[in-house]
Design a binder for this molecule. Structure first.
Ligand code: EZ4
Ligand code: CO
Length: 403
């Protein structure tokens, strides 16, 4: 089965997505998600200019060889743009293989290891009251695990907090990124109070998670982890900026709060020290940014040796194609932990009809051949790309900070 072409499809049904469609001479096609939030056109250009021409005429069934060609064959390796592009090709080829064999992708990986994929939803509030109520709403919807974020009192535009009742969506349309403000001290004081209130009001059965989003120094993260121990979090995410994994050594010495990291990682090398030294508990590299299914199988196996479980990123900027690929992987992977699940907008769901379903706190990828996701190109044409960016952050005195 030869690859005859590949289309880089950019559309904005609710938000921007880049979708790769690989076509074959047998009439089968496969989809991959190539979206990199706020950097969509960079990945699209990498695919169109440097990857798609190299795919033409290759045997679509040789997934490993094509992965090695795109990764090892390139002198300039790694990085989010390159790896998002490779991930999209890899995902599309697994989709094609599943369709060609008439089997869901999870079956090709080794079959289901569990009945469903435990997911966590996103509760957020512009005040602590609102955040506490939102956790209750998610529990009522059937979620068994909920991430909670609240705006920092007195500060507008905190990470993780939606503008209205809609799902939280960090990218904002416009020609340049929006600016937000962060303040360490009030944030660190408020988060333990938020989780104490959630435990008081909603009890101990629900798993609770929190995302620091790269904004603390190691010693600050160590203290926050300690302060949260009595609330028994499932995890504390991205406690420090992840370009310096050694920071986790200090955090780990001080707290038993489980740690998750890696949504911005793109190869196993980003995670190797953290796994080898057992500095984290959950790895968040998703299929669409972490080298595709082919690379993540290797990462997951190495993670397992360090007692690290998976906890894939699954925000709204990861399209339903990425979500489906994640769910097939999650259903199979032995060292599964949890899957993030932020529901997409109705516009997004309509452009990407999908077989995965939510029930009782679990997602299931469905049993359709391949990934079980389609792309409605005619509908997508109604939603042209509009520039949108993730915000930047400053401290109150104007100093640039991590967003
Ligand atoms: O900021 O997906 O855990 N989820 C997150 C997300 C990320 C966005 C970035 O594109 O951290 O909200
Ligand atoms: Co995160």
């Amino acid at each position: 089965m030869k690859i005859t072409g590949a289309d880089v499809l950019i559309s904005s049904p609710g938000r921007n997505f880049v979708t790769l469609r690989v076509r074959t001479d047998e009439g089968l096609h496969g989809l991959g998600d190539a979206t990199l939030n706020g950097r969509e056109k960079a990945v699209a250009a990498y695919l169109s200019e440097h990857v798609v021409p190299c795919l033409l005429g290759r045997d679509a069934s040789r997934i490993e060889d094509i992965w090695q060609y795109l990764y090892r064959g390139a002198y300039w390796r790694r990085g989010p743009v390159t790896m998002a592009a490779i991930s999209a090709v890899d995902t599309a080829l697994w989709d094609i293989k599943g369709k060609a064999l008439g089997r869901p992708v999870y079956d090709l990986l080794g079959g289901a290891s569990r009945d469903g994929v435990l997911v966590y939803g996103h509760a957020s509030g512009r005040s602590m009251d609102e955040a506490v109520n939102e956790v209750g709403r998610y529990i009522d919807l059937g979620y068994r695990a909920v991430r909670a974020q609240s705006a920092i009192e007195g500060l507008a535009g905190t990470y993780g907090v939606g503008k209205g009742k809609d799902n939280y969506e960090p990218a904002e349309r416009g020609a340049v990124p929006a600016e937000t403000v962060f303040a360490t001290r009030p944030y660190m004081d408020q988060v333990p109070r938020l989780f104490e209130r959630i435990r008081d009001e909603h009890g101990w059965e629900t798993e609770l998670l929190h995302d620091v989003h790269h904004r603390l120094a190691p010693i600050e993260a160590a203290r926050l982890g300690k302060d949260l121990e009595s609330c028994r979090l499932f995890w504390l995410e991205d406690a420090v900026a992840c370009d310096n994994p050694e920071g986790f050594r200090l955090i780990r010495q001080h707290t038993t709060t489980p740690l998750a990291v890696g949504e911005v990682f793109n190869t196993v090398h980003d995670a190797k020290l953290l796994i080898d030294e057992q500095l984290i508990d959950y790895l968040r590299m998703p299929v669409c940014h972490g080298g595709g299914i082919t690379h993540l199988r290797k990462v997951a196996a190495i993670a397992d040796m360090g007692f690290v479980r998976t906890g894939f990123h699954g925000a709204t900027d990861l399209s339903p194609v990425a979500m489906a690929a994640a769910l097939h992987f999650d259903l199979w992977v032995p060292n599964f932990g949890i899957q993030e699940y932020m529901r997409h907008s109705e516009e997004t769901d309509a452009v990407f009809p999908h077989a995965y379903t939510f029930e009782d706190g679990y997602l299931h990828p469905g049993d359709a051949p391949g990934l079980g996701v389609d792309y409605d190109e005619a509908l997508a044409a109604k939603y042209p790309y509009e520039p949108a960016f993730l915000p930047v952050a400053r401290l109150a005195d104007g100093t640039m900070f991590n967003w």
